[in-house]
Design a protein around this ligand. Structure first.
Ligand SMILES: Cc1ncc(COP(=O)(O)O)c(C=O)c1O
Length: 414
């Protein structure tokens, strides 16, 4: 029965559902479960001592500042540190281009509020990050999907997709969540050229770019944008909104991330953020600055790359060893995820139930598509389980796949 509250909910809430991943995570939090489902960094590598020292230092020396309200744009030394980081790619970004947000999830939500009118189209990769779909759907976005392959988004299909007149393109350039693929240098250049030609802005979501295990670091789209427009003044004024986060390089519980964009975009986002939460936690931002400074974050990221690379290799070797021959998977060069194409005809949800029964969990790939009935796929996270659990989990998952295949009713003869 509809309660008084339901009749009062705004129309835009009607299409909102709780994120499938959050619901799955609840289900898979039983301690005995080997979970490849979440996007969790390895908790045992959080730099706890460095955080302890930083908290003490901030409280001992700057408590009055740290515990007070502060500017919406963010803690100035942290903004400057982020701008300085981008200057390593030879582009001029000033602190005025940087807005600190409460996680990149808030960044996506603010960007949705800034750009999306009900019914506007957003161009997304297929598959794409579920949290972005959730953020944009809150503003009643419609989607235009473009497939991805091992080189990232299929740019040859972009011109046709752009004919739908999307308000912006939402692109994950590195070790994409969920598919683990990276957009090649040639495709990045072509993507920006098309964006310029058609006057369509890009939201570049890059939480994993620092976590490259091998191969060449590729230029972010925001850099490609500056290079192609030849517009490299002292402040970024281009058509890309770049989003990144401390969630995967330090710790997600900090809920601290950032947006880099042209000043008029930052100014509007600041107004939206004032309405959302006034500003991100002053104390947390100051602690992050203290933790990250003097090159510590780079040193820490180097360690994470080694750990995650090892776990990825363990997962790839276990997949090779145990999976049935019809299954295929991506070979990510970094990040936290790989993507499995399950044997054709596998019912992903039956498999999910069967896997959880064997105490192993993954995310069914359907969740990341904006079209119905995509091919059967699964997202597997390799960052947060120790290596012996990875091997055992993949063994159980392959048993579950074989079981589901054996029980599947054969398709009727034509
Ligand atoms: C592509 C992508 N964007 C955004 C986020 C949200 O990150 P944050 O913890 O900064 O809110 C995630 C988290 O997994 C992600 O994978």
């Amino acid at each position: 029965m509809e309660t008084l509250w339901e009749s009062r909910f705004a129309l835009r809430t009607q299409r909102m559902t709780s994120s499938l991943i959050r619901e799955l995570l609840k289900l898979t939090q039983r301690p005995e479960i080997i979970s490849f489902a979440g996007g969790l960094p390895a908790a045992e590598y959080f730099p706890v001592d460095r955080f302890q020292e930083a908290c003490q230092r901030v409280l001992a020396t700057q408590a009055h500042l740290a515990l007070q309200y502060s500017p919406t744009e963010g803690y100035q030394p942290l903004r400057e540190m982020i701008a300085e980081h981008l200057s390593h790619y030879n582009i001029c970004v000033g602190a005025e281009n940087v807005l600190i947000t409460s996680g990149s999830q808030q960044a996506l939500s603010l960007i949705g509020a800034l750009l999306i009118n009900p019914g506007d189209h957003v161009l997304v990769e297929q598959p794409t990050y579920l949290g972005a779909l959730q953020a944009f759907s809150a503003y009643q976005a419609e989607y235009v999907g473009v497939p991805t392959d091992s080189q990232g988004i299929c740019v040859d299909q972009l011109p046709a997709a752009l004919r739908h007149g999307p308000k912006f393109m939402y692109i994950l350039p590195n070790f994409q969540n969920p598919a683990g693929v990276t957009i090649s240098a040639e495709r990045r250049a072509r993507l920006i050229a098309l964006a310029h030609q058609q006057g369509v802005p890009i939201v570049e979501d890059d939480p994993y770019g620092q976590l490259r295990f091998e191969g060449e670091h590729l230029k972010p789209l925001v850099v490609e944008d500056v290079e192609q427009s030849g517009n490299n003044g002292t402040c970024y004024t281009g058509n890309v909104i770049y989003v990144s986060t401390f969630s995967k390089t330090l710790a997600p519980g900090l809920r601290t991330a950032w947006i880099v964009a042209a000043p008029p975009v930052i100014n509007k986002l600041v107004q939206l953020k004032q309405g959302a939460d006034l500003h991100s936690s002053t104390f947390t931002q100051m602690v992050i600055y203290e933790v990250a400074k003097d090159g510590f974050i780079n040193e820490h990221v180097r360690k994470l790359r080694q750990v995650y690379r090892q776990r990825r290799d363990t997962m790839l070797a276990a997949l090779d060893r145990y999976m049935p021959s019809e299954a295929r998977w991506t070979q990510p060069e970094g990040g936290l995820f790989l993507w499995m194409h399950l044997p054709p005809g596998t019912s992903v949800w039956t498999l999910f139930e069967e896997a959880v029964r064997r105490d192993v969990a993954f995310v069914p790939g359907d969740a990341f598509f904006t079209v119905p009935n995509p091919p059967p796929t699964a997202r597997l996270n390799f960052s947060c389980m120790p290596e012996d659990a990875i091997v055992e989990g993949i063994r159980r998952l392959s048993d579950a796949i074989k079981d589901v295949q054996a029980k599947a009713v054969p398709a009727p003869a034509p």
